[in-house]
Structures are given as C-alpha cells and as structure tokens.
Design a protein around this ligand. Sequence first.
Ligand SMILES: [Zn+2]
Length: 61
Amino acid sequence: MILKVTTKVRCPHCGKSLIVNLDLSQPEDTWIEDCPICKQSIHYSSAMANGKLEVTAQQTK
Ligand SMILES: [Zn+2]
C-alpha cells in the first residue's frame, strides 16, 4: 500500500509552485524544508480537513 502522495503549494518567499511529497501515514505533520528555487526555509504544515489532506506553507520566523 502506497501512502505517499504529492501536492502543490506556493512558496511564501518567491511565489513559485512547488511539488511536496506527503506521507499519508502521518497526516498531521509540520516540517521545515528549503525552497529548491529561492533556497529559503519554508515551514510546512499538513492537516486532514474534510477527508482531504491540506498543506500550508509559511515563512519561518
Ligand atoms: Zn521559494
């Protein structure tokens, strides 16, 4: 059973669309990852909402 999905988010720094890999075995998660385009740190958080996994990307503080 494959629990990996990909979704698109917008980088909060440069505004480019990024592909994010998600692990559905941990639907509620937060992590930090560098934007592959502008190299700035992005704070991701994922959460289940209405049976759908939603990811938000914010600037790290
Ligand atoms: Zn960026």
